[in-house]
Design a protein around this ligand. Structure first.
Ligand code: SF4
Length: 188
């Protein structure tokens, strides 16, 4: 059982976009990924792109997952660890989206909701679970590496020499108009 630590910050949404969003640059990076255009949570987002302009604030949620030393850096090992964290924390973001009448951005990575099935997007079908799927902040062009480092003081770590890093980092958020939103997440 992995150990998770979660942190939240509510900040000015326009300032966040100005400092950390570069949609063209990250779209270019995503184009190099084999999943580009093959999952509903991934770019290109097109008409499903949430309109974040009307929102004054964004509450960012960072989840730090401690990884045991010596854990191999392979998908079969790390994927279930990330999936567990997503199952635990993404419902909180979706609840905050409802409570705050905002727009949620969930975590980056493999969608956990259709185990064993290819994403419906591959065959041009709508998402099977639209109530559970939102694009990630990264898919909207936000720099999550810089967000984790500058806003939370938790620099992202990467796999090296076949070994997982000491921790993994997930960043999601909800755009909304409530200044004191932390309490909605159970934080002060
Ligand atoms: S829920 Fe299923 S159809 Fe929707 S994005 Fe995830 S894998 Fe694709």
């Amino acid at each position: 059982m992995e150990h998770y630590t979660s942190y939240i910050k509510t900040i000015d949404a326009h300032d966040f976009a100005q400092r950390y969003r570069n949609a063209a640059y990250f779209e270019g990076l995503c184009r190099q990924c084999p999943n580009y255009g093959r999952r509903w949570g991934c770019p290109p987002i097109g008409s499903d792109c949430p309109d974040i302009q009307p929102f004054r604030y964004v509450t960012l949620l960072l989840v730090k997952i401690d990884i045991k030393q010596g854990t191999p850096a392979d998908t079969a090992t790390l994927e279930p660890i990330i999936r567990s964290a997503r199952e635990l924390f993404e419902p909180r973001l979706l609840k905050a989206e409802r409570d705050l009448d905002g727009r949620a951005c969930l975590f980056t990575g493999m969608c956990p909701h259709c185990p064993g099935l290819e994403c419906a997007r591959v065959s041009g079908e709508p998402c099977r679970h639209p109530g559970l799927v939102r694009p990630s902040l990264e898919a909207l062009g936000f720099n999550l590496d810089a967000t984790a480092r500058d806003i939370f003081g938790i620099p992202m770590q990467w796999c090296r020499d076949g070994q997982a890093p000491p921790y993994l980092t997930l960043v999601g958020g909800v755009f909304h108009n409530e200044e004191h939103a932390n309490e909605r997440f159970g934080y002060k």
